[in-house]
Design a protein around this ligand. Sequence first.
Ligand code: SAH
Length: 239
Amino acid sequence: MWRATALTLFPEMFPGPLGESLAGKALKEGVWSLEAVDIRRFARDRHGTVDDAPFGGGAGMVLKPDILSAAIEAVAVPGVSKLLMSPRGAPFSQARGRELAAGPGVLLVCGRFEGVDERVIEAHALEEVSVGDFVLSGGEIAAMAVMDCCVRLLPGVMGAAESASEESFEDGLLEYPHYTRPATWAGPDGTERRVPEVLVSGHHGRVAEWRRQQREEITRRRRPDLWDRRRTAKTNEDQ
Ligand code: SAH
């Protein structure tokens, strides 16, 4: 069983959205397990203090190293990757999600306030991971995003094995556009919109070719960064 542990000040937030749909079903079936552990359990005074003012001054509070470290030591399992949710971390990716899903599980530390004492990151060699260039008020939603990405990649969670292989990012390209019935649909302005003809042609080869072209075009236009990276990778492959 793939094991996810979240260290958080808000354990009641879990499983939250992960209790529904694909991830929720897999959770009930025991494909993966989720434990949300309250960092406050490791506080040592009767007020349950977990944070303190930053040395050097400045706004906000910082999670105390002694408390957070005790919590990490209590729940860490050998072989399980230890990640700290952090806006200054490496951008989380489908590729990293695949690696983590192939391992025994993850321990995700959810920050709050201004963040955590730097020494804990060093001492536990926490891998700092960001879910995007924006600031959340806590690491919980970021941790759920990481868990969800990993869980849907676990064997048996998604229906057909190939349903993951053509998705966005899997091969450095974004996904092609989808269409379903009715073949002609009049939108709110009354304009009739027809699905691309090739999709109803019944010609599998032409459909595959159209989808490949769409993926390349969309990636080139929307994400030049992905497009350039892919071209560099291809050039290196060819050499
Ligand atoms: N002072 C910090 C922001 C703290 S936000 C800074 O300027 O970088 C509080 C917590 O929310 C962080 O400790 C982190 O755990 C989480 N968090 C916020 N934004 C995040 C993001 N983009 N990715 C991952 N975690 C994030």
